[in-house]
Design a protein around this ligand. Structure first.
Ligand code: FCB
Length: 438
C-alpha cells in the first residue's frame, strides 16, 4: 500500500463565488451584462443560480461538504449587496453573510472569504469601476466594513480574485463586462487593482491585526511547442513573464513592469500574508510573428487527455493541456518566489459533464501537489473548484465543474462519483493506493 501523506492541519475544501451560486442579484455589472442578448451562452440567467440567497441552499450544500469530509470552504461576499448604493450599507446583507459564515463554522468548515470575485456594484460601474483610482478608497472602505461586521467569523481573506483574468477578459478580449479592448486602459485597471488590494490589505489588518490576507492569482503554465527552438523558449518566457509574473513581482518590489511601460505602486510591497494560486492548465505556445498583440506567441490547441473531448471539455481545456506536471512546476516556482510564505491552492478543477475525468484530474493534480510539498513547498490547503455546478459566467450553466450536480428545476443536489474520491482523500489527509483485491 502506498500512502502519499499531506501535512497535519491541511485544508481540504472547495471554492465558490457569490454571483455564481447566490442568484437574486440585479445590482451588479454581471447582471447588466446578462441582459445584453447573446452575451451568455443559451441565454442562461443567474437569477436563481444555486439559490443560496433566497432559498438559503448553502446550508444543504455545506451539509454535503461536511459529509464529504471537507474542513474548509472558500466563498465570496458581494459588494453590490453589502453596499447597494454608494455609502449605503445593507443590514440584511450583513445578516445573510453572518448566517452563511456561521453555517460554515458550525460544520467545522474554515471560511476563506474573497472580497472581489469579478462582479462590481452598478453604482461603481457607473463611476468607471477599476478604471480610475477613485475605486481605491471605496474598496478600502468596503473591506473595512466587512472586517468590522464579520471579522468575528472570519480572519482569512482574499482581497481580489484573479487580477489578470479580470483585466484581460474585461479590457483586452472584451468578452466580459465592460467589454472593452484597450491595452492602455487595461494597464490602468491592473494598476488600480493592485492599489485597491494594497489598501484593503492594510484596512483588514487595521481592524483585525491577526488577519491573514492574500490574493488568488490565476497562473497559466506556458510551454514551448518546440522546446529545441531557442526563439520559442524566449517567447514562452516573455509570455510567462507578462501573464504570470508582472503582478506577483510588483507585490515584492512595488513596480509594475508591463512589456510596454511601467509604473510604481510602492504601497503594494509586502502585502501578501500567503499566496493564493488558481491553476487549471498549461498552454503550448508556437512562434507566430503575425501576433504582436500576444507577444509573438500563438497558443496551440490542446492535446486531449486520454479521451476525445466533448463540447464542454473543449470549451475550457481546448485552450490548454491538462498537465499535472506543469501544476507541480508552477507550485515549485511560487515556493521559490514566496520564500516561506504559505501557499493555498484556491482553485483547481475540471468541467466534466459525465464525471469521467474528474477523479483522474483530481488524483493526478494532488499527486503533483504532494510531491511539491514533499520537496518543501509550503502549501497549506487545496480548494477544488467547485462545490456545486453553478453559473459559469459567459458559459452559463454549460460548464459543470461541481462535485455536486444540481437539478436546477428542483434545486436538488446529487454528489457525483468523484465527490466520494475527494472525500476519501480529505478524510485520510492522504492519497492511499490500496493493492487491487484478487
Ligand atoms: C476561474 C474563476 C471562477 C470560475 C473558474 C472555472 O477563473 O475564478 O470563478 O469561473 O475559473
Amino acid at each position: 500500500m502506498t500512502t502519499l501523506q499531506f501535512p497535519d492541519g491541511f485544508l481540504w475544501g472547495t471554492a465558490t463565488a457569490a454571483h455564481q451560486v447566490e442568484g437574486g442579484n440585479d445590482n451588479n455589472d454581471w447582471w447588466a451584462w446578462e441582459q445584453i442578448p447573446g452575451r451568455i451562452k443559451n441565454g442562461d440567467s443567474s437569477a436563481v443560480a444555486c439559490d443560496w440567497w433566497r432559498g438559503e441552499k448553502y446550508r444543504a450544500d455545506f451539509d454535503l461538504a461536511r459529509a464529504l469530509h471537507q474542513n474548509a470552504h472558500r466563498l465570496s461576499i458581494e459588494w453590490s449587496r453589502i453596499e447597494p448604493r454608494e455609502n449605503e450599507w445593507d443590514a440584511d446583507a450583513f445578516a445573510f453573510y453572518r448566517r452563511v459564515l456561521t453555517a460554515l463554522r458550525e460544520r467545522g468548515l474554515t471560511p476563506l472569504v474573497t472580497l472581489h470575485h469579478f462582479a462590481n456594484p452598478l453604482w461603481l460601474r457607473a463611476r468607471g469601476a477599476w478604471e480610475t483610482d477613485a475605486v481605491v478608497p471605496l474598496f478600502e472602505r468596503f473591506a473595512t466594513r466587512v472586517a468590522q461586521e464579520l471579522g468575528d467569523l472570519c480572519d482569512f481573506w482574499i482581497t481580489i480574485n484573479e487580477p489578470m483574468v479580470y483585466t484581460y477578459t474585461g479590457y483586452v478580449n472584451a468578452k466580459w463586462p465592460p467589454g472593452k479592448s484597450d491595452f492602455g486602459l487595461a494597464m490602468r485597471v491592473l494598476t488600480n487593482v493592485l492599489r485597491g488590494h494594497a489598501a484593503a490589505y492594510r484596512a483588514l489588518h487595521r481592524v483585525q491585526p491577526h488577519a491573514r490576507v492574500g490574493l488568488a492569482h490565476n497562473m497559466l503554465a506556458f510551454k514551448p511547442a518546440r522546446p529545441e527552438s531557442a526563439l520559442n523558449r524566449v517567447i514562452v518566457r516573455v509570455q510567462d513573464y507578462a501573464y504570470n509574473r508582472v503582478f506577483l513581482l510588483a507585490l515584492q518590489d512595488g513596480r509594475l513592469r508591463f512589456p510596454m511601460g511601467s509604473g510604481d505602486v510602492r504601497e503594494a510591497i509586502g502585502t501578501q500574508d500567503f499566496i493564493g494560486l488558481n491553476y487549471y492548465f498549461a498552454r503550448r505556445i508556437a512562434v507566430d510573428f503575425s501576433q504582436p498583440g500576444s507577444l509573438f506567441g500563438r497558443a496551440l490547441p490542446a492535446q486531449p487527455w486520454g479521451v476525445p473531448y466533448d463540447d464542454e471539455l473543449l470549451e475550457w481545456f481546448g485552450k490548454g493541456d491538462i498537465d499535472p506536471d506543469a501544476f507541480y512546476r508552477t507550485i515549485k516556482w511560487l515556493a521559490g518566489y514566496g520564500k516561506d510564505k504559505p501557499i493555498y491552492i484556491c482553485e483547481n478543477g475540471i468541467c466534466d459533464r459525465n464525471d469521467e475525468l474528474r477523479a483522474r484530474y483530481l488524483i493526478t493534480h494532488l499527486v503533483a501537489l504532494q510531491r511539491a510539498i514533499q520537496e518543501g513547498a509550503p502549501v497549506k490547503g487545496y480548494f477544488y473548484w467547485t462545490l456545486v455546478d453553478n453559473f459559469e459566467w459567459i458559459e452559463g450553466y454549460t460548464l459543470r465543474f461541481g462535485l455536486l450536480a444540481n437539478d436546477r428545476a428542483t434545486q436538488t443536489r446529487t454528489p457525483k462519483p468523484s465527490a466520494a474520491i475527494y472525500a476519501r482523500i480529505a478524510r485520510e489527509n492522504a492519497l492511499v493506493n490500496e493493492p487491487m483485491s484478487q
